[in-house]
Write a protein that binds this ligand. Structure first.
Ligand code: NAP
Length: 296
């Protein structure tokens, strides 16, 4: 039987429809319009394209995105000063710093400067610590998007064995943390693999749900997947493609053709986790605006 496609496009569309109504209600009830500051430093083409996508998505649901775009030689002090202003601005409910930052700027110092109550990317250590101990917080968008993609596609997580390939701070570690929490929609048994894992296939073949975030095409091939497993491909890799105007196409970390013949469900690239990531950023921004309004 053909694998079910875990369509992030479809789930994101449905969630954004719900969010648009929520934003309209918030504005009608309280006059509050959620505001997201979008900070871009430099002209990295991938970053520009991510920022454009985020701004478009904000407009779609009625969030006011406020761009702050700078040349690549911006000083760390200037960026920290801007963050101070945004932290104090009551019309801004979320601060997004598009990563990576140029070399002269210390990324961790910048992320630490964001008020955790406006950290809608969920990268501040306060939010990551709260996530770890299972407290209310902003969850990082990609891992939260993976969880929502599974749940809203009808894939139960509780009691399943989830194997995660990758242990980065933005995907692997947080997705593992979210899914093993003793909470509804989680409560899985989680194994994490990385470059120090000998014979990775031994572990991945035991997965009911396999989440791959390695950053390399073909990290997971059909022989590494159990018949009937659910596979979520977080990877986004540009590979040269002369037939495209852009000169490249996007592929994930999973050998899609081989693995989709064995999996019961699989997320495509593009159209899988990518749209979910942006959607969870919108979700966090709306939550923040509501919390600010309730506290006022
Ligand atoms: P990263 O920081 O480079 O981390 C990659 C992780 O994978 C590392 O922990 C690394 O292990 C592990 N790894 C790499 N090759 C491996 C292999 N052959 N076997 C086992 N483990 C391996 O990458 P990331 O930021 O987590 O991103 C991962 C992928 O997801 C990238 O393609 C990125 O573009 C994509 N991504 C997509 C979205 C989205 O919205 N769709 C968002 C974020 C990231 P070590 O720790 O041992 O080095």
């Amino acid at each position: 039987m053909a694998a079910q496609i875990l369509s992030g496009d479809d789930v994101a569309r449905q969630m954004r429809r719900e969010m648009k109504e929520e934003v309209a209600r918030l504005q009608a009830d309280s006059g509050v319009v959620p505001g997201l500051a979008v900070v871009l430093v430099g002209d990295n083409p991938a970053s520009i394209s991510y920022v454009t996508g985020k701004e478009k998505a904000c407009a779609e649901v009625g969030i006011r995105s406020v761009p702050h775009k700078f040349d690549a030689d911006l000083s760390e002090a200037a960026l920290l000063a801007l963050i101070g202003q945004l932290n104090a601005d009551p019309a801004i409910h979320g601060i997004l710093i598009q990563l990576p930052l140029p070399r002269q700027i210390d990324e961790s110092r910048v992320l630490l400067a964001i008020d955790p109550s406006k950290d809608v990317d969920g990268f501040h250590p306060v939010n990551l610590g709260k996530m770890l101990i299972g407290q209310e917080c902003f969850l990082p968008c990609t891992p939260h998007g993976v969880q929502q993609l599974l749940l809203r596609s009808g894939v139960p997580i509780e009691g399943r064995h989830v194997v995660v390939v990758g242990r980065s701070n933005i995907v692997g570690k947080p997705v593992a943390n979210i899914l093993f929490q003793k909470q509804p929609g989680a409560n899985a048994t989680v194994t994490i693999c990385h470059t120090g894992t000998p014979d990775m296939g031994y572990f991945t073949r035991q997965a009911d749900i396999l989440i791959v975030a390695a950053g390399r095409p073909n990290t997971v091939t059909a022989d590494m997947v159990r018949e009937g497993a659910v596979v979520v491909d977080v990877g986004v890799n540009r590979v040269p493609d002369a037939s495209r105007k852009s000169g490249f196409r996007l592929v994930g970390d999973v050998d899609y053709a081989g693995v989709s013949a064995k999996a019961s469900a699989i997320s495509p690239v593009p159209g899988g986790v990518g749209p979910m990531t942006i959607t969870m950023l919108l979700y966090n921004t709306i939550r923040s605006a509501k919390a600010f309004h309730q506290a006022a």
